[in-house]
Design a protein around this ligand. Structure first.
Ligand SMILES: C[S@@+](CC[C@H](N)C(=O)[O-])C[C@H]1O[C@@H](n2cnc3c(N)ncnc32)[C@H](O)[C@@H]1O
Length: 275
């Protein structure tokens, strides 16, 4: 989708509404999955003695919590107040603040490290957030973010999006946002980081596996626990949604192993250093 087709404010508000309703279900269904990139993310920004770290789009605060265990002094920021409240409940003693990734209310050159775990693909203005990460980093500090690999590899997305195309309406009039899988392209990710002034950019693919109890949990994860894909599902007519659900649950059942679902959901960890 060309930038001219994007409605940044409409998309921002749509995402905000989605994340205000999804906090508990996101934590329930996606937490064990998105936690799998924390190690590689923190490794990518660890260049000596751990200092202060900003976890942007912190959600339930998983990265900030592990960063504290590793000796960093973390702050987590999210624009969804229910997410901030959940993070504070789950990880007492960590500073979680309400704030927008695209316009951080923080001073220049304040942090030794900035991370964003699966936030980039939800932003209306990702370049603005990358510029903000660069601004609040000290010289020599590092920024790392994670995104899903393309749906051909992160097969959970392929299952849901294909079923919507087959049985429902993929164009239900949601506010148009940046392409969801834009940063799944290694070259594009590295290019955008370098354009914002980062150097030594690196992209690593991490082989995540999403373990869930049942096909119904898989559908509910997207329907209740996500903003964009959930919004697409929630906007469908009841009969179309019923068919999508049936197809999704039948297809994901093929990933049953040892009494549970094991769905390949690889991710990319992209990082760069502020010179
Ligand atoms: C997919 S969740 C990732 C949560 C968490 N980082 C994790 O490791 O699982 C995306 C998070 O980004 C937050 N978010 C989306 N757009 C944002 C923005 N413009 N500013 C701050 N947070 C944002 C949402 O509220 C949500 O908590």
């Amino acid at each position: 989708m060309a930038p001219a087709d994007i409605d940044p404010q409409g998309f921002h508000d749509f995402e905000l509404a989605g994340w205000q309703r999804a906090s508990d279900d996101y934590h329930r269904y996606f937490g064990s999955l998105t936690m799998q990139t924390i190690g590689p993310l923190l490794d990518a920004v660890s260049t000596g003695t751990p200092g202060n770290l900003l976890d942007v789009a912190t959600g339930p605060g998983y990265v900030a919590a592990e960063a504290r265990r590793r000796g960093f002094s973390p702050i987590g920021i999210d624009f969804s107040q229910p997410m901030v409240d959940l993070a504070r409940t789950l990880h007492p003693g960590i500073d979680f603040q309400f704030g927008d990734a695209e316009a951080l209310a923080l001073r220049d050159s304040e942090f030794g490290a900035v991370v964003m775990n699966f936030g980039m693909l939800h932003l209306a203005r990702p370049e603005a957030a990358i510029r903000e990460a660069h601004r609040v980093l000290r010289a020599g500090g590092s920024f790392a973010f994670s995104v899903w690999a393309k749906p051909e590899e992160a097969v959970g997305f392929a299952i849901v999006l294909r079923a919507v195309e087959e049985f429902a309406d993929p164009n239900v009039g949601l506010p148009p946002g940046p392409p969801f899988f834009r940063f799944s392209d290694r070259d594009e990710s590295a290019r955008v980081l370098e354009a914002a002034g980062f150097r030594s950019s690196r992209v690593a693919q991490i082989p995540l596996i999403w373990r869930l109890e049942s096909p119904s949990d898989f559908f509910e994860a997207f329907y209740r626990g996500s903003a964009r894909t959930g919004g697409l599902l929630r906007a469908q007519a009841p009969e179309a949604l019923r068919k999508v659900r049936e197809a999704v649950e039948a297809r994901v059942a093929a990933y049953r192993r040892n009494g549970q679902l094991e769905i390949p959901m690889p991710a990319l960890v992209v990082s760069g250093r502020k010179p």
